[in-house]
Every structure is written in C-alpha cells, then in structure tokens.
Design a protein around this ligand. Sequence first.
Ligand code: URA
Length: 484
Amino acid sequence: MRVAALAHPADFEGWREAARVCLAAGARPHEVAWRIGEEPDLFAALAPLPSAAPSAAPPTEPAFRVPREFVELAQLAICHADEDRFALLYRLLWRLRADRDLLGRITDDDVFRLRAMAKMIRRERHKMEAFVRFREIADAEGSLFVAWFEPEHHVVEITAPFFVRRFASMRWSILTPLVSAHWNMKELRFGPGAAKSDAPSHDRFEEHWLTYYANIFNPARLKIGMMKSEMPVRYWKNLPEAALIETLVREAGKREAAMIEASPTPEPRRAQIILERMKKTANAAGPGAGHNALPGLAQEASGCRRCPLWEGATQTVFGEGAADARLMFVGEQPGDKEDLAGKPFVGPAGEVFDRALAEAGIDRASAYVTNAVKHFKNEPRGKRRLHKTPDAGEISACRWWLEREIEIIRPQFTVALGATALRSLTGLSGGLMNLRGMLAPSDLVGEVFVTVHPSSILRMPPEQREAAYAAFVADLRKLARLMA
Ligand code: URA
C-alpha cells in the first residue's frame, strides 16, 4: 500500500502530482491510500510514495495524455465532500489509459459519480457566490468586510477568485469552519477555519439591505417551492434577509390584494387595443405561438410613437432571434449601425458581444437579442450622430414592447446588458457593478442575470480593455454554467 498525502481537502495540484507518481510506478488503484495532511503514526508502517526523480520506476506504458475534460471535471470533483473522491479520480485516471472514451460512457458507475460530483460543485460554487453576505468592521487598516459561510463541500478555494474580481477594491475575509480566505486588495491568502462568532453579526448597512429586500419581494410572484430550490433552506441561517421570509410569505396574500387595489393608471386606449390583439394572436395559435406573434409585434413596433425618439431615428430596431429561445439578451438601444441595418447588435458593440459569446460557448443564433429602447437616441454632430443615453421616461415608454416580447418568448434566462437594461427589467437605477455576475429580482422575468454592456469595454482606456473584456467573458461563462 502506498500513501499519498495531500495538503488540504481540495488540493488538486497535490493529487495530480501524487497520481502522476503512482501511475508512473504502476500502483494499482486499490494499492494507493489517499490522506489529507500528515499523519505519520498512522502510516509509518506503510510504504511511502516513490519519488518523482528520474531514478523512479519507469512507466509501465508510454506516457498518455490526460483528456482535458477529465482535468476540468476532476478539478471540480476534488472539492466534493465525499471521502472517496481521490480514489475515484485515480481509478478513473487508471482506467482512462486503456479506454480513451471512458468519459463518454455515462452509464459507467465511476463516470456517473464523477459527473454528478462536478455538477454538485458547480451548484455549490454558484450558491456561495450568491449567498455570501459581508458585514463591515473597522480594524487598524480601515474598513474590513467579513462574511461567515458554511459550505457543504470544499469550494472556498475555487470560489474565492470570484470575490476577488467582484470586490477587488475592498479588503475582505470569508470565514468558514474549515478554511478562511482573505483579500487585502493585492493578494489572496487562505488560512485556518474559524467560528461563526469570529464574524460580525450586524453592521450599519443591514437595515438598508433588509428594507431593500422587503421592497423587492414580490408577493404576486411568490412560488415557495422555487424559492427554496433557488435559496435552499440550509443557507438561511446565515442570510440576514431570511429572517424576513416567514413574515413576507405570511403577508403575501394581503400585499398582493393591496397591489391590485393600487394598480397604476391603465395603459392608453391604443396600447390596450394592441395588447389585447397580441394576446389573442398568441393564445389562438397555441404552443409555438411565438413564431406567429413576433413578426406581428415587430410590425406594430415599426410604427411606434410612444415617445419622441422615433423622430431622430431611421427605423425601429426590434428584437431578433428564435421565438422559443430559452435565453434572452436585453441591451440598451440600437447604435448608429443598428439604426441603419434595422438589426440589434451588428455594430462595434455587437462584434465584442459576438466574440465574447463564442468564447463563453453560447450560441447567439439560439438566443433572442433585443434592446430596452427600440429607437436610436442620438444628437447630430456634423456628419456624425452621437449616442445619447435614453432617459427614464423613454425607457419606461419602450418597456411596453419589451414586456410583449417577454410574454411571447417566455425566456427561461434573461440577461441585462448594462444599466439601461437593468433599469428596464428591474426598476433599479444603479448598482450595476455590485450586481454583475448575479441574479437580480425582476417583475418581468422573475430573475435577471446582470452583466455590463459590451460597449462599456470599448469606452475603457486601452490598458484596461483586456481585463474588462475577460471579466465580461467570465460573466457569460457563468451564465452558461447556470443554464447547463
Ligand atoms: N448597443 C445596444 O445596446 N444595442 C445594440 O443593438 C447595439 C449597441
């Protein structure tokens, strides 16, 4: 029996090195014991691993290339709490030498377990990204934001870089029972675990956060099963807002009735007529109705005069894409190129968007792409037309079309590209950078995935563009993981 000692529970590099040595020595899976940390008494009697020096036993076969997919899955699966994970990974590696197609055999027990573990870790990582709540304290160096989190698996090391990107300009610590992560705005360090009492239980922002949460909680959209699946109950004890849930759920019926009572002034008569007609068309056509309803809606929108923006634009630029798309992207408004072409995202921002989508493995052709505002707002300057940001009134007037598009397409995932889309979909008039890479509640679609607008990357100083683009691609990759 050989003993492979790993430095910590998610020590992928240590596992990889030990597996390489074991494989080179021809150690069969049942001949390797995997242990975390040093336990000399327990294992003194066991043969140590051979060294990786050139004098070690020669490999039994020519070196083989480990499939990239295995490395990606193993990096995730090693974070799983299952004690057998190191042995499982080594067994798979051993078997892969003789069967290159092993990972494709999804009914194989080992492969099935590997994939299930990787999936679980993706989910746990996403939950950690969503449910870590920082509270501010002051120490000798100023503000420090500290969070307490209790992951079920060993995801702190792989998730910490997300918080570095998101809160790069804050000093923060994430404490968990087994390990802690610390960022001092220069360097990410990991240290020993901590106790819940080491983290603050309140801070000066807490009341604001709770008020915000209570306000965005929409009683008319309450689906308790869905809420518990998105925000599993085991996280509630460390979420300040969870204390409100019971009361909010209890009062949902009353609040919904009050909302109906106080509903805003009805749409103008013309809008009502169009809406009724669109609904009839969509309902009459049954499943797949979107295929018929969208062109009709686009036709209606081509004559839109809901705000004065049509006067300075060439044409309405309506959304484009599959009517049964699972995914909908919402941008700001058409630019100069889009205004002339009559299609969204075909100019410079569209190029950045297309490239980033391709890098993230998202197929634009299967998504629906639209804008919060359908006319190009601009200011003529000589021969050029300069982009002007749409104001709240214009966004609100055009929201009518976005609502109809959403009604027809019923996307499973909706993405707000930038502040205007965020405003239209959620009513929030700020906070884009805090929310990016996360889901924000939306009256229109339930939840919206938030990221920056691709044109913001083009407006960056050249030396910052590459990093901004990489962060955008990272957001889209995250979206792809969410959709997987
Ligand atoms: N910017 C947008 O928001 N939408 C487009 O279609 C083009 C640029």
